[in-house]
Design a protein around this ligand. Structure first.
Ligand SMILES: [Zn+2]
Length: 298
């Protein structure tokens, strides 16, 4: 099954609901960064949360959204970038965290992320200034942190559930989640009904583990309610880095620095932190860059 997000309207359109299967996306991230299970779950949840936020907030090509989670846990910073077309890329500073399960027998994501720190979102919507919102980390489990961010920074009452299941061989067994947002004007009755639903909700990891599609996930959450399903959006791990982009970065170092790379290392290797792709610059590549600066070459 390919990864996608499904969107639906519930309670006469006062509730917007999103559900996602992101198993392939998190699998790709796990392979690229060689993450161990605890890091895989933390990065995976951040990827899923960012995809859900991007799907709700980004409308046009070129819109981007970056989620930065800087906690005090052993995982270090988690940085994830999403766009309007369902592309996501991201990394965790320490991909090799492997800690015991929590008291529920689940991966201890809070133990990876930490319980204190900053959760921030930067949205570039093509306006003059990017939007930026910042809240403290309140849980470290990340679903609650996305929920808190939406309530505190964007004034959107919501519920976010994120889950990543990792197999014994470190591969990703399943990854997915949901996001429910209450739109302005929803009355008390709707809010009370929603609260009741959420209180009875099975653990999201159990829903994901049972192989439910995004549509089925929403049907469990809103059992018996009329739902209007909107479009589906395919999602994937995808990075837009290129050798050309890294050349631009090397150019900014200046001629003497580039000459030093030639003299001392006979070349340079750059690594994209988001996707781990490596780009090699040999002596002639670097000489070309120097000539570009000095105007020795058209
Ligand atoms: Zn990249």
């Amino acid at each position: 099954m390919k990864d996608y997000i499904t969107k639906a309207l519930v309670y006469d359109g006062y509730i917007r609901a999103y559900a996602i299967n992101a198993t392939e996306t998190v699998t790709e991230a796990q392979k690229r960064h060689d993450t161990w299970h605890s890091s895989s779950a933390a990065l995976g949840r951040a990827l899923i949360g960012t995809l859900l936020l991007s799907s709700a907030d980004l409308k046009t090509d070129g819109d981007r959204l970056t989620v930065k989670i800087q906690g005090n846990g052993p995982g270090g910073a988690i940085i994830v970038d999403g766009d309007a077309n369902g592309n996501v890329k991201g990394y965790i500073q320490n991909p090799h965290v492997s800690i015991p399960s929590n008291e529920h027998g689940k991966i201890d994501v809070r133990g990876v992320v930490g319980t204190e720190g900053i959760f921030s979102v930067i949205k570039d919507l093509g306006l003059k200034e990017p939007f930026s919102g910042q809240v403290p980390i309140v849980s470290g489990e990340l679903g609650e942190d996305f929920t808190y961010y939406l309530a505190a920074s964007e004034q959107i009452p919501s519920a976010v559930g994120l889950s990543v299941l990792v197999d014994k061989d470190e591969t990703i067994k399943a990854a997915g989640g949901f996001m429910i947002q209450v739109l302005p004007g929803a009355d008390e009755v709707v809010l009370a009904k929603l609260e009741e639903r959420l209180a009875q909700l099975p653990r999201v990891s159990d829903l994901i583990d049972s192989g439910k599609t995004p549509e089925e996930l929403l049907e469990v959450i809103f059992e018996g309610e009329r739902m209007l399903f909107l479009e589906e959006q395919p999602v994937q791990f995808s990075c837009d880095c290129s050798k050309e982009k890294f050349s631009r970065a090397i150019l900014t170092l200046g001629t003497s620095e580039i000459q030093a790379m030639i003299d001392e290392d006979q070349g340079a290797e750059t690594v994209c932190s988001f996707c781990n792709n490596k780009y090699h610059f040999d002596e002639s590549d670097l000489t070309d860059l120097i000539e570009e600066i000095t105007g020795g070459k058209k």
